[in-house]
Design a protein around this ligand. Sequence first.
Ligand SMILES: NC(=O)c1ccc[n+]([C@@H]2O[C@H](COP(=O)([O-])OP(=O)(O)OC[C@H]3O[C@@H](n4cnc5c(N)ncnc54)[C@H](O)[C@@H]3O)[C@@H](O)[C@H]2O)c1
Length: 346
Amino acid sequence: MSATSGASAIPCLPDSDILWFSETRAADLATVSLAYETTLSALKLHAQGHFDQPLKPFVRPGGLANEYDRGRLISMPAFLGGDFGSLGVKLIAGFPANVDKGLPRASGLIALFDPNTGAPIAILSCQTISARRTAAVASICVDFLAAREPLRIAVLGAGPIAHETIISLLLSRQREIDSLSIYDPRSDRAEALVCLLAPYTESLITAAPSARSCVADANVIIAATSGARGYIQLDWLTGPWLVVALSWDDFLQDVMLAADKLVVDDFDQCNREEMLFGHLVQSGALAREDVYAELGEIVSGKKAGREARECVFVNPIGMAIEDIALASGVYQIALGLQAKDAGRSR
Ligand SMILES: NC(=O)c1ccc[n+]([C@@H]2O[C@H](COP(=O)([O-])OP(=O)(O)OC[C@H]3O[C@@H](n4cnc5c(N)ncnc54)[C@H](O)[C@@H]3O)[C@@H](O)[C@H]2O)c1
């Protein structure tokens, strides 16, 4: 064989061994309940240390200062132990300026690998997977850390993350939701989301005219915005509150510093220069000891959730193990369906 011929001496996997999940297929299989279940399991395994998850590198073509206009690409590799035994990486691009062009802000892929051989086994489009696991995290925060009273929920932002979060909150029958208020400076987006969701709930659901009016009466405030910075003031909030900061920059420092409990998903992931906690730690306003718990410690019962009339601030930065857990759940379901089909055609 000549050195220039196309044949390779490297043993190859057949292409058919790598399953491909289009966005539609991944979204069909990654149900809201599967997302909740796998995310909860991933958080528990996080608390037990059964994972390997390096700090995620960010690539910013225009630098941090131009991230809104020029975007970023994040690589999120992880191994998740326990019943999962899953190895993979999410590559997620966030281009906020896309939204005004009618394109999604975020899109990406998850690659799963056989943990025994390292061979790639699946590639999944991950817009929905990523959004549903994020929504599941918010739902879990509400279940474990919100006041035990009817919920008055304020959602800042009306993009896909807000949408999936509200769906996840509405689908659980355990919660009593009195009202849902959504604010987005693009009022058309907030109104469209209200119209979309209204048929699914008997709760009062409204588009708020301002961020302040949105949060004023809320006991749960969830931020899922992009491009917004330091505008939610402590005196806008009525305690006791639960804040879930899915986006990082909405709240002024004094809101975080006023919380009775500060919770993160993973301290090391959150304590980075460009992140909310990183800023506070660098300025000396906050130290690791000021963080009450990582979310996994609460969901696995190692630490108590909300007690009495506490105000709780959670900053779940988003972990690769949550994506890998849900992608792996989707992959297992697809293998089951494939085996069923094969059984039928025999
Ligand atoms: N923590 C996590 O695990 C995680 C995971 C995925 C996404 N996110 C974050 O969630 C956020 C939302 O994602 P998306 O895909 O829905 O984004 P998106 O850009 O599609 O939607 C964000 C919306 O926020 C609105 N907005 C801007 N400023 C606002 C303000 N001051 N008040 C209220 N709304 C405002 C925008 O008009 C837009 O409609 C992003 O910041 C993203 O990085 C977090």
